[in-house]
Design a protein around this ligand. Structure first.
Ligand code: ZN
Length: 239
């Protein structure tokens, strides 16, 4: 593949090694600093100018052995997961360009589906599944598929709820307040208002966390209010 011809003002290509079969893979990466943000959604999804969709590239797939995972942990494959995946990574036919060209939404959907399937086989932590489901929901949002988006938001919520019960905090860059906020916001989006209320209530009581993370504190207060407004509207509509 002509590497230079595929690079743009916003993206570049690099090679990484597959942690399962050790072959080299060509992958596209985004130059975040050059990308102009149009707006942030309250669940941290970002809309970019110039028709840029990095979420389409979230999953990296090995075209040689079929291993797939989110970019945030592709190279970092724990031994126990590696053992569970042995001989079970097939099922997705892709070319060497799979991590470079994701213009076809069908291919993007297949990559997400494959990574989720392997995540279940490998028994990855619930938070890892949550991040795959959440990004699949973002992809559906960018495609304008609201019904599918809602299905994946539900799965993301369930996984993060399990992560809250099972995993030690912080989970990577996600703090205690970050996770509790995300649970409140996802519950709001899937219209589980009682659950949402419980999470936001918990968030506003974490005084020290709120002081330490002022940007997140602002979101907590905004989305707690948004949830109350949504719930009021929902009650009026269903009365
Ligand atoms: Zn591989």
């Amino acid at each position: 593949m002509d590497k230079q011809a595929k690079e743009t003002k916003y993206t570049y290509l690099t090679t990484i090694a597959c942690p399962l079969c050790e072959n080299e893979l060509l992958v596209k990466r985004f130059r975040q600093v050059r990308m102009r943000v149009l707006r942030w959604d309250p669940d941290h999804h970002v809309w970019y100018a110039n028709d840029l969709h990095p979420v389409r590239y979230f999953v990296t797939v090995c075209c040689w052995c079929g291993y797939a995972a989110g970019n945030n942990r592709f190279s970092d494959l724990p031994a126990a997961e590696k053992a569970r995946l042995k001989g079970r990574t097939g099922g997705l036919q892709v070319t060497e360009a799979v991590n470079v060209e994701r213009d076809d939404p069908e291919l993007v959907a297949q990559c997400f589906g494959h990574a989720i399937r392997l995540g279940l086989i490998a028994k990855v932590p619930a938070s890892v599944l949550g991040s795959l489901y959440l990004r699949t929901a973002w992809f559906c949002r960018e495609e304008g598929d609201q019904a599918q988006e809602l299905d994946f938001l539900r799965l993301a919520y369930q996984s993060y709820e399990r992560a809250y019960q099972e995993e030690d905090l912080p989970i990577g860059p996600m703090t205690r307040l970050g996770l509790i906020y995300l649970l409140g916001e996802l519950a709001r989006q899937i219209r589980e208002f009682e659950k949402s209320s419980r999470w936001f209530n918990m968030a506003v009581r974490l005084k020290e966390d709120l002081i330490a993370e002022p940007a997140l504190a602002k979101l907590v207060h905004e989305q707690y209010q948004q949830m109350r407004d949504d719930y009021k509207k929902y009650q009026e509509e269903n009365h």
